[in-house]
Design a protein around this ligand. Structure first.
Ligand code: ATP
Length: 236
């Protein structure tokens, strides 16, 4: 058993509806792993199950050999797994700074240095720190959601469609930031509609179709794989 995130035989859904069927997935120490796939394949459901928002009906989730799937979402956060959900879910009436401070709620040490690091990563958040988060642009809100997760000092950052709804230039800067986060030793599990960008960034990738892993491999191999090119990279 290695370190990192280990997902085995994960089966989960909503009530009687089973969405994920026996999913196996691994994120090794220092790795950036992406999950791509069509709408409705179950990508968000997979991330929600990993982070404890949905309880699996079978299978297990381990982080550094520690079983997570029986813990509450709150305890899972305390193991170092931070989930940035689709749609960002920032607190729009609170200021940028207050939102960032919320990300540190599991900590009881001082956060000033880490806050400075986040402001170095996202200078715009420093400029806007006393502004209400709801007044930020979409891209800035995504930066805030990522910054808030980073203040929890994650071992593993789980990102659900960070590029969604953002202009191409902003998407570029979000991806660059994800790359920098990984280079600091944080493991990243990234779900993206933008398969090309995600595979360019990732070490390895999984293709999820109808709640099952249809393909997996090193990202550079998936990028040249016929099936992936046809279905996900818009090539005929
Ligand atoms: P997208 O990229 O469109 O968000 P996805 O791959 O993330 O797709 P999910 O959001 O995980 O897919 O949805 C997988 C399936 O589960 C879909 O059929 C969806 O309708 C269903 N589903 C998602 N959320 C719920 C819910 N809260 N209750 C019932 N069914 C749900």
């Amino acid at each position: 058993m290695g370190t990192g995130l280990e997902v085995r035989g994960l089966t989960a859904g909503y009530g009687q509806i089973e969405v994920l069927h026996q999913v196996n997935l691994h994120v090794g120490a220092g790795e950036l792993v992406t999950v791509i796939g069509p709408n409705g394949a179950g990508k968000s459901t997979l991330l929600r199950t990993i982070s404890g928002l949905i309880r699996p009906t079978a299978g297990e989730v381990l982080l550094d050999n520690r079983r997570l799937d029986r813990l509450s979402a709150d305890l899972i956060v305390r193991t170092g797994l931070m989930h940035v959900p689709e749609g960002r879910r920032i607190f729009s009436r609170l200021t940028v700074l207050e939102n960032l401070e919320m990300g540190a709620y599991t900590r009881n040490d001082r956060i000033e240095t880490d806050l400075e690091d986040i402001f170095n990563l996202f200078p715009i958040l420093k400029e806007r720190r006393y502004q209400r988060a709801g007044t930020l642009s979409g891209g800035e809100q995504q930066m805030l959601a990522i910054g808030r997760a980073l203040l929890g000092k994650p071992r593993l950052l789980v990102l659900d469609e960070p590029s969604m709804g953002l202009a191409p230039l902003i998407v570029q800067s979000i991806f660059q930031i994800i790359e920098r986060i990984r280079s600091q030793g944080v493991m990243v599990l990234l779900v993206e509609q933008n398969a090309l960008q995600a595979l360019k960034l990732a070490d390895r990738g999984y293709v999820l179709e109808n709640g099952r892993i249809a393909l997996e491999g090193p990202a550079n191999e998936l990028l040249v794989c016929e099936e992936v090119r046809r279905s996900y990279l818009g090539e005929s």
